[in-house]
Design a binder for this molecule. Structure first.
Ligand code: CA2
Length: 145
């Protein structure tokens, strides 16, 4: 059975490629998912890529990953800075978590400097654009090998 890595994107990330290209780049979320699937194929792992604008839906998907997925890669968007429910669910899932942000959150407004998810993540990748997901996927695949 190949390792199964759940890739979650949070609120507004479905808008990628439509606005703020200087911050988030020109790729759409579909483009990012295609890059992830291509790398997953090279690594011999399965990537299940999802996006939701809802905190509760993200929590439900994280709960369902327990016993099903090998690792979780998550860009929780603005929920990274506000949600307690998402890190609670990640902790309960007992899976390695890789946190990704497209932008360098430390170069931006101070309210973006703290993520509640970082404390439950094995690694945080930010400021690398879509490559952050690919590095996280590579690390998750290696750890599962
Ligand atoms: O840098 C990241 O990946 C963020 O997680 C993106 C979030 C932001 O709230 C975090 O502080 C950092 C926002 C995603 C919104 O994406 C948009 C893309 C294009 C147009 C509008 C929103």
């Amino acid at each position: 059975m190949p390792a199964k890595i759940l890739v979650l994107n949070g609120p507004n990330l479905n808008m990628l490629g439509t606005r703020e290209p200087a911050v988030y780049g020109h790729e759409t979320l579909a483009d990012v998912h295609a890059l992830i699937q291509a790398r997953a194929g090279e690594l011999g792992v399965e990537a299940d890529c999802r996006q939701s604008n809802g905190e509760g839906e993200l929590v439900t998907w994280i709960q369902q990953a327990r016993g099903d997925a090998t690792a979780i890669i998550i860009n929780a968007g603005a929920y990274s800075h506000t949600s307690i429910a998402i890190p609670d669910a990640l902790r309960a899932a007992e899976l390695p978590v890789y946190e990704v942000h497209l932008s360098n959150i430390y170069q931006r407004e101070s309210f973006r400097h703290h993520s509640h998810i970082s404390a439950v993540a094995v690694a945080v990748l930010c400021g690398l654009g879509p490559d952050g997901y690919l590095y996280a996927l590579t690390a998750a695949a290696k750890a599962a090998d």
